[in-house]
Write a protein that binds this ligand. Structure first.
Ligand SMILES: Nc1ncnc2c1ncn2[C@@H]1O[C@H](COP(=O)(O)OP(=O)(O)OP(=O)(O)O)[C@@H](O)[C@H]1O
Length: 761
């Protein structure tokens, strides 16, 4: 005990020593930043003082331009330095609160003594900048902490493997600069600390897990080799957490060549997006680019169509089973997301190479300028060996030339002169500026008029020119409609009904969700698309919800990106992804698969209860944290359902649970339940547009709760009526696995067959 006390004191005084170093560093930075800030203010104020503007002669213009540029660069450099120093200050302040969370004493082979390696969220050097007082958790040596127990161990560095022996492995809880806990750990990273972390209350924002990353998670985080890293992990196994730590790791490992703008995350919904948005900043990194597949589709479609969102589709699949045409729509969804459908598009494109492309016509002031037939003939006159996008390019070039010739003639028409006369002062001024740029002087009236006419015509032709330059010659909508009538498709089951539905939707300017990807894919195959080479790492979370077709599409958009693909087959909730091939089980060349079977989110009792809902659930291993048994309550009336839920919320609040979710099956059910419950308990309704939530009691459809967790979950109506079909199994499982500490199910009438038999109320 005494020995422990001494150790404790020693550790506490080391923390104080660190704080002294931090203080000194902060003071130094403060001086520097003060100077920098003054420099910036001064530079901004005097920006124009040191610049002589002289535009009399071309040489003077160049000189003026150069001096402005130099001045601007100087300012930018200073501001950058200021920004970096600011980041450093933030980091030091964070370290001051909690300098490190781990330590290993490592004796390197050939060395006399073990070195103490302290690990924290950032590195810290001593006053002389000679030795590391703290190692960043992402440094090569820190991997010892995550990968090994005391005993023989090694870690990889860019110059080779370093072998040695770990003599001690210790964990700390340091809050507000004070040592609150300290454990020496044997085997894996202390269950004790993990128990403590996982036992806490759920947050409305995800937390970083640096202090307790598990070995198998560390493999995901530090993987550098694989082109495609595929993670199948059970609910609550830390997939999202590992993905975010991995982004932070990559930003550190490749800090000279990679920035947060080169990393993109596809997440399931806007709520999830904001839920995870604080993890990277907490680690001192900037957030990566975050989007949803839906947002990505919308950005591609522009204004011409409204794209049905995936939630409306899911809402339909869950609520409309008795409507006419339901089965066909489901068949349509499954077919249009399949690789077979993609193949049909490929075949169609192949055919279009020799005939059948449909072009737009271009009109100018009500008159036909280029007819679609004319463009068609121009296009097919080029060699068939040339790809469609390249032939489009050649066609557009020819049309642009014709357009210039047309513009020249048009300038002499009366309407142009009339319009020139109506121009106001502003336009003249603009015209004047333009002539200056083009080094045309307004010598006489004739020149001025010529310039203005040119400008007017080119203004009117701007939209056509832009379309030609962007190779927007094809009538993609007509082509997609034509594709729907292809012979190969006619063989698909119920195709004529599926097609009728699609055409009806397109007539109403709506693209069904299942058609959005194929439509854009067809467009890209024909027009060609500049690949996004800027994004170097793509993270796809909830990957089980992506069809193989969607994945192929993404792969085409980001051909040079490495991809981290994370998901759980048992949480596939879309009509296209249930019991169907998805991105998660696709065989990808250059892939590495990691399977996570341990669940950290929920108590052992909840994991044992939920794992019975799915096939293969026995392989899910709970982390050993105890809590109350989940409950199932069967009620016979809506009134008792609501009374039960209201009482339960009260009880949970009394126990101190801060985030309580009442999870419904659909948005429609959430809305009705909300209306009836809101008078009795403070409650917030989450909708698909909601992108943040606060602590308290919320009510939401299961598909919006994806990826998120709550202290306690109440399943609104876990009846057979609501969750009886096989296609509702995964949704049910997903909803139940959102619970960290408590799970309570209410069933109006007979219970869902997915509830373990011995628990049915
Ligand atoms: N190594 C760890 N240390 C501490 N907490 C962890 C660790 N791994 C996971 N957790 C916690 O477990 C919970 C679930 O993690 P996460 O949301 O990343 O899992 P997931 O696999 O993405 O879950 P799901 O698929 O169910 O959405 C989170 O609260 C996370 O902080």
């Amino acid at each position: 005990m005494e020995k422990r006390n001494e150790e404790w004191k020693r550790e506490q005084s080391r923390i104080e020593m660190i704080q002294q170093v931090i203080k000194a560093k902060l003071e130094k930075l403060q001086d520097r930043m003060g100077g920098l800030k003054e420099g910036i203010i001064e530079l901004r104020r005097d920006f124009w003082k040191d610049v002589t503007i002289n535009l009399d002669h071309p040489d003077d213009v160049i000189e003026t331009f150069t001096s402005i540029k130099q001045q601007a660069e100087l300012l930018a450099e200073q501001e950058r330095n200021h920004g970096q120093s600011y980041k450093k200050v933030e980091q030091l302040l964070r370290l001051n609160q909690s300098p490190y969370f781990g330590r290993i004493d490592f004796q390197e082979e050939g060395e006399q003594a073990a070195e103490q390696i302290y690990i924290g969220i950032a590195s810290l050097m001593d006053q002389k900048d000679e030795d590391f007082l703290i190692f960043d958790w992402r440094a090569p040596i820190s991997s010892l902490y995550y990968d090994h127990s005391p005993g023989a161990a090694s870690y990889r560095t860019p110059s080779g493997e370093i072998e040695g022996n770990i003599e001690l492995k210790r964990q700390y809880i340091i809050k507000g600069g004070k040592l609150k806990g300290m454990f020496d750990t044997g085997v894996t990273i202390g269950d004790q600390l993990l128990q403590e972390v996982l036992g806490g209350t759920a947050n409305t924002q995800m937390k970083s897990i640096v202090a307790t990353i598990q070995r198998e998670q560390n493999h995901i985080i530090r993987n550098e080799k694989s082109r495609y890293l595929v993670v199948q992990g059970v609910a609550g196994s830390g997939k999202t957490s590992a993905a975010l730590q991995r982004a932070a790791y990559l930003l550190y490992r490749y800090r000279h060549t990679l920035t947060s703008e080169n990393i993109m995350l596809f997440s399931p919904n806007p709520l999830f997006n904001s839920y995870v948005a604080t993890v990277l900043p907490e680690l001192g990194e900037e957030n990566m680019v975050q989007t949803t597949y839906q947002q990505y589709l919308i950005s591609r479609f522009g204004k011409g169509f409204s794209v049905e969102d995936s939630y409306s589709q899911i809402e339909y699949t869950l609520t409309a089973k008795d409507e006419p045409g339901y089965d066909q729509r489901i068949k349509g969804i499954r077919f249009k997301t399949s690789v077979a459908y993609k193949k049909s598009i490929d075949e169609y494109v192949e055919k279009l190479s020799t005939q059948g492309l449909m072009f737009k016509s271009f009109h100018f002031r009500g008159e036909l300028l280029f007819s679609s037939e004319e463009i068609h003939d121009l296009f097919y006159a080029f060699d068939k060996e040339i790809s469609i996008p390249n032939r489009l390019k050649l066609t557009a070039e020819k049309l642009l030339k014709d357009l210039s010739a047309f513009a020249k003639k048009e300038r002499e028409k009366d309407w142009v002169l009339e319009e020139a006369e109506l121009l106001d002062k502003e336009d003249y001024l603009e015209a004047f500026r333009q002539t200056q740029k083009e080094e045309e002087a307004f010598d006489d009236m004739e020149q001025e008029e010529r310039f203005l006419k040119k400008k007017i015509v080119s203004q009117h032709l701007k939209s056509i020119r832009r379309q030609l330059k962007g190779l927007k010659l094809l009538n993609i909508e007509a082509l997609y409609r034509q594709f729907l009538t292809s012979d190969t498709l006619a063989e698909a089951e119920d195709w004529s009904l599926i097609r009728a539905y699609t055409i009806n939707q397109i007539d109403q300017r709506v693209i069904p969700y299942e058609d959005a990807t194929p439509y854009l894919y067809l467009q890209d195959q024909l027009e060609g698309r500049k690949a996004n080479t800027f994004i170097r790492h793509l993270f796809i979370d909830e990957a089980q919800d992506y069809s193989p077709f969607q994945f192929e599409f993404l792969r085409q958009q980001f051909p040079n990106s490495k991809m981290t693909i994370l998901g759980d087959m048992n949480q596939a909730i879309y009509a296209h992804s249930m019991h169907a091939p998805t991105l998660l089980n696709a065989e990808l060349e250059g892939e590495e698969k990691i399977v996570l079977t341990k669940s950290y989110r929920s108590t052992r009792q909840i994991v044992e209860f939920t794992r019975e809902m799915i096939a293969g659930g026995e392989l899910i291993e709970p982390f050993n944290r105890n809590g109350e048994e989940p409950t199932v309550t069967k009620v016979e009336s809506l009134e008792s359902l609501h009374k039960g839920i209201v009482d339960r919320v009260g009880e949970l609040q009394k126990k101190g649970h801060e985030t309580i979710a009442i999870i419904c099956k659909t948005a429609a059910e959430s809305q009705t339940a909300y209306e009836q419950l809101k008078a009795q308990i403070p409650l917030r309704l989450m909708k698909k547009e909601t992108n943040a939530y606060e602590k308290g009691t919320i009510i939401l459809p299961a598909y919006l709760a994806k990826g998120i967790e709550f202290d306690a979950v109440i399943l609104y109506n876990a009846s057979q009526q609501q969750y009886g079909r096989e296609m509702e199994r995964n949704l049910f499982y997903t909803a139940c696995t959102r619970a960290m500490h408590e799970l309570h199910l209410y069933s109006l009438g007979t219970c869902s067959p997915f509830i373990p038999k011995d628990c049915q109320g």
